[in-house]
Design a protein. Structure first.
Length: 96
């Protein structure tokens, strides 16, 4: 597999309200080619190695993920963490 590994912060889904899995880093593989729709069925497919979508490794820190890529000889790219947006509002806004 010659795809580039992407290292990013694991997104927190809506059902996870706690702080237990915050700041985990994930390693996923970027597709070499985009998905193309099948002309007969309309299903998305093709586009390189299908195993790239099935591999997701979780690490406690970015440094651990980088060390793993270097040990395995993988090309990698670190996706910067998006800034948090604070939505400031007053308590009275709950009743408007």
């Amino acid at each position: 597999m010659s795809a580039t590994a992407l290292i990013s912060v694991r997104p927190q889904i809506g059902a996870e309200h706690g702080a237990g899995r915050v700041k985990q880093w994930q390693l996923i593989f970027d597709r070499e080619k985009p998905l193309t729709p099948d002309p007969l069925t309309g299903w998305a497919g093709g586009g390189g190695d299908a195993r790239a979508d099935q591999v997701r490794l979780i690490f406690k820190s970015c440094e651990e993920a980088v060390a793993y890529c270097e040990r395995q000889g993988l090309k990698f790219e670190i996706v910067p963490e998006p800034p948090r947006r604070l939505q400031l509002q007053s308590y009275a806004d709950n009743f408007r």
